[in-house]
Design a protein around this ligand. Structure first.
Ligand SMILES: [Zn+2]
Length: 291
């Protein structure tokens, strides 16, 4: 089953990765406006180009989660400056993808400490070949996280703290979710989101089992008032993520059943054979659309 899901997901990621690169190349970042949403307790969600950013402001510095594409650096800094005079002290990467780590080098050059699960370091410094056989360029030294952890870590400034928890082999092999207890905000990177289908970077160590275990882990830490910042898309609730988790479980079971019946991947996604949900997933993967 893993292989079955992995094959479809690998194709999806190849397309998605290509889409992200193309988007970065084609997008006119000068026209992007950063939207800031106040989450309470001096914590904010920033939406620009690339993955969503979470910012927690303390009296002596700022903790930031993810850094969008590289050209967004100045706009992100301006959005942060609009809510505080304090400098960014820590930049946490939820995973290695370029739409979440593109700004690393610029922030790193400013002395910001980049924090990540240790597998990200190697993914950025020694990239694996993509589905097209080409190996992406290594990230510059300033973009490489310097504060690494394995399973759990807490990062704090005066005021807010950020609890980092590693999810093994979910969206990638270096995922972190980040919980801000004071504000009751959960930043989950690309492990999920409302109205999103599973997104597993199999070449980057992702898997459906890890995705399900990971979503369960942060649901267990959350409550009905927790504000969820997904990697892409709007702010969400625990109920949204419970529904997402349940969809993952359902899809895994559906695919496992078809696999047991000896269906090939193409047969399994043929309309009418499996539930429509899987067909939609596959079609979205083939067209490279993000859910
Ligand atoms: Zn991603």
């Amino acid at each position: 089953m893993r292989h079955f899901v992995g094959t479809a997901a690998a194709a999806a990621i190849a397309l998605i990765a290509g889409t992200a690169v193309n988007a970065a190349q084609q997008q006119d970042f000068s026209k992007v406006e950063v939207k800031t949403t106040d989450l309470g307790h001096s914590t904010y969600m920033l939406e620009g180009a690339g993955g969503n950013v979470t910012v927690a402001v303390g009296s002596n510095g700022v903790i930031m989660v993810d850094s969008e594409f590289a050209p967004m650096h100045d706009k992100l800094k301006a959005a942060i400056a609009a809510v505080t005079k304090q400098p960014v002290r820590y930049l946490i990467n939820t995973h290695y993808h370029g739409d979440h780590t593109g700004g690393n080098a610029a922030f790193g050059n400013e002395g910001v400490v980049i924090v990540a699960q240790r597998n990200i370091k190697n993914r950025l410094a020694n990239p694996s070949p993509g589905a097209n056989g080409q190996t992406p360029a290594a990230a510059p030294p300033a973009a490489i996280p310097t504060s690494l952890y394995t399973d759990k870590m807490t990062v704090a400034v005066a005021g807010p703290s950020a609890q980092l928890v590693h999810i093994a082999n979910a969206h990638t092999d270096g995922d972190s979710f980040v919980y801000f207890p004071e504000a009751n905000v959960m930043a989950v990177g690309d492990t999920g989101g409302p109205n999103r289908y599973p997104n597993m970077d199999v070449r980057g160590g992702g898997s459906i089992d890890g995705l399900i275990a990971g979503t369960q882990a942060y649901l267990d830490m959350a409550n009905d008032r927790t504000k969820f910042v997904p990697g892409h898309g709007p702010l969400a609730t625990k109920a949204d993520f419970q529904a997402y988790h349940d969809m993952l479980v359902k899809i895994r079971a559906s695919v496992a059943k078809l696999k047991t019946e000896g269906k090939t991947e193409d047969q399994a996604v043929a309309p009418g054979l499996c539930d429509a949900e899987i067909v939609r997933v596959r079609l979205e993967q083939r067209t490279g659309r993000r859910g």
